[in-house]
Every structure is written in structure tokens, then in C-alpha cells.
Design a binder for this molecule. Structure first.
Ligand SMILES: [Zn+2]
Ligand SMILES: [Zn+2]
Length: 132
């Protein structure tokens, strides 16, 4: 197992702590800070099952496939889907599929009597209002 240890990017942390030395990320070459004491401490804490690799914060997040920041809400599913052949539109609200070329072109649902773009815009506004 590889443990990706974060090195703060020089671009993010212009004022290093006194025990940090400047180095470059082995993955992307960005200038970052390394605390030399981290390596033996981490190696001892993780045990022999892990290989510690020091990379910049960006690469650590990317390589470990984890995002440590605040949780982001996934985008809501669109209110409609265009058929694979591009000739039909299915409304995800009422389930109606229409092959009317005008409905497809204007993303209109004849059952809900609504344009999906409008619906999406309204939903976005509601979300913004809910977030304050
Ligand atoms: Zn990097
Ligand atoms: Zn509909």
C-alpha cells in the first residue's frame, strides 16, 4: 500500500515553518515544503505495510482519490434525457417520452407544459435561496 503524504505547496503557503525545506513534487514538479521529520514519524506510525510517498497537496488528493475538503453536493439529475438517436425527449418528472421534433428542440414537456431549461433555472434559484 502506498500512503501519499501531503507536502504544502509553496504557492499556498508562502511562509514556511522553520523546519520545512523546499523541494519539488516528484509527480508534478511543483515547488512545495517538506518537513524532514515527517518521514520517519509517518513510516513508524503506518508500519511496514505502507510505503510513504511525499507529494504535493494537489497530487496527494488526486492520487489517493479522496477529497478532504467540505462535502460537495452532487449536481441534481437533469429533468430530462434526450434519446440516444437525438430524436426523442423523456421527461424525468412525469415520465413522458415525446418524439415531437419541436419538443426535442425546445426541451419541452407537453405533459408538464414546461420547458426543462426553465425548470432547471427555477430549481437552481430555489437551491441558491435555500443556501441563503
Ligand atoms: Zn504534485
Ligand atoms: Zn413532464
Amino acid at each position: 500500500m502506498i500512503y501519499y503524504a501531503c507536502m504544502p505547496l509553496v504557492a499556498n503557503v508562502p511562509d514556511p515553518r522553520h523546519d520545512w525545506t523546499e523541494t519539488t513534487c516528484p509527480e508534478c514538479g511543483a515547488a512545495c515544503w517538506k518537513n524532514q521529520q515527517d518521514e520517519p514519524v509517518l513510516a513508524a506510525a503506518l508500519g511496514p505495510a505502507y510505503t510513504v510517498r511525499f507529494v504535493c497537496t494537489d497530487c496527494a488528493l488526486r492520487l489517493s482519490g479522496e477529497y478532504y475538503g467540505p462535502e460537495r453536493e452532487p449536481d441534481p439529475p437533469p429533468f430530462y434525457a434526450i434519446g440516444n438517436d437525438g430524436r426523442s425527449i423523456t421527461c424525468h418528472v412525469c415520465g413522458l417520452t415525446s418524439w415531437n421534433p419541436n419538443d426535442v428542440a425546445q426541451k419541452y414537456c407537453g405533459c408538464c407544459h414546461v420547458f426543462h431549461d426553465q425548470r432547471e433555472m427555477l430549481a437552481r434559484l430555489e437551491r441558491l435561496e435555500a443556501e441563503g
